[in-house]
Design a protein around this ligand. Structure first.
Ligand code: BGC
Length: 353
């Protein structure tokens, strides 16, 4: 079901029709059955464990989670691990020790973060996997966008415009389950053309830590191996797209090779206007952040949470709220990213334009 572009009220009604997740049996504190936080209730304490603030989008996530928690009267503790698994585990442990009622976790490493879920459950604290899945664990809820679908959109977009030729596929961090889901979606779109021999995949690597430098290296290498004969680069996010485009610029090919992305971050949208990046996947962060906080409060209060999907994480089918991504290029940039106020017009097109 496609839901993210709908107003929250409609979204919630739709979700109510499609499914719901029951909170875990045990919670740290029983705050009563009153629906939603109300004056007189003890505020719900939410811990938000983040991997990183490196990409622009994560700063938005943090700001919007803070805003929603404030609006709903919840007490929020945000910790950022800066890509360090040991730090993320420790920060989550500390939040549990301090007595959070619910944890929202955007994991650095989807496998290692399973230990955070175990530690939380030992204390009866429910866990929401945020944006990135936590693998092989009894995750209570997953709140994200349709990640595999985004990969498919990137692949389809490239294929429609470059139905034949040499392709580079640049994946994200191998420790991030999103990177695998994206690749799965990309391959779903591209495989028939690969099997027909229309498309030749020159390189299909994953960029460690989603680093632009890795994407640059992968692209340089593929350019060298093909004597600069590359037609499309399916980069999994805008950061890696930026790295790939730097490599193209160095050989005078920027703007001539199709490049995909994801996140609609400012520099990428500017590149779309300039013509060096072809498209991005626009993921609205507000519905994501708000639905995570809303669900966190419900789980903490032992109230059911409406979901619209299930995603298998290797252990269970995790009840999920998945929001809809939008493919954006020059043609629909104004009607989407600018119209929504995600970026201001002058920030993208320059002053007075
Ligand atoms: C997120 C992307 C982000 C990437 C790097 C992924 O899990 O879904 O939005 O660009 O991580 O932080």
């Amino acid at each position: 079901m496609r839901v993210a572009t709908l107003p929250l009220v409609v979204l919630m009604t739709l979700l109510a029709l499609t499914g719901c997740v029951n909170p875990p049996e045990q919670t740290a504190t029983d705050t009563g059955a009153t629906p939603g936080p109300q004056a007189g209730d003890r505020p719900i304490r939410i811990g938000f464990s983040m991997d990183t603030l490196k990409e622009e989008r994560w700063q938005r996530d943090k700001m919007l989670v803070e805003q929603r928690a404030r609006e709903l009267g919840a007490v929020l503790d945000v910790q950022v691990a800066n890509g360090d698994d040991a730090v993320q585990t420790k920060q989550a442990d500390n939040m549990l020790t301090k007595g959070v009622d619910v944890l929202i976790v955007a994991p650095h490493n989807g496998v290692i973060a399973a230990s955070i879920v175990e530690a939380a459950h030992r204390r009866g604290v429910p866990v929401i996997a945020y944006d990135r899945m936590i693998q092989n664990a009894d995750v209570d809820l997953y709140v994200s966008h349709q990640v595999e679908r985004m990969g498919e959109m990137q692949g389809q977009y490239a294929l429609q415009r470059k139905p034949k030729g040499n392709y580079i596929l640049i994946g994200g961090s191998p420790t991030d389950y999103n990177a695998q889901l994206l690749r799965k979606g990309q391959m779903k779109a591209l495989k028939p053309a690969i099997d027909r021999g229309d498309i030749k995949v020159i390189s299909e690597q994953f960029a460690r830590e989603w680093k632009a430098e890795e994407a640059l290296r992968i692209t340089e290498d593929a350019l060298t191996r093909t004597g600069n004969r590359i037609d499309a680069i399916v980069a999994s996010n805008d950061g890696t797209a930026g790295g790939a485009i730097s490599a193209l610029e160095a050989v005078g090919l920027a703007g001539k090779v199709l490049v995909t992305g994801q996140d609609a971050q400012k520099d990428a949208v500017q590149r779309i206007v300039k013509g060096t990046q072809t498209m991005t996947i626009y993921k609205q962060i507000q519905p994501l952040a708000f639905s995570a906080v809303d669900a966190a409060i419900k789980l903490a209060r032992k109230q059911p949470v409406e979901t619209n999907d299930k995603v298998n994480n290797g252990k269970i089918d995790v009840p999920s709220i998945l929001h809809e991504p939008i493919a954006v290029d020059k043609a629909n940039l104004d009607a989407t990213i600018i119209a929504d106020g995600y970026h201001k017009r002058e920030e993208i097109y320059g002053p007075g334009k």
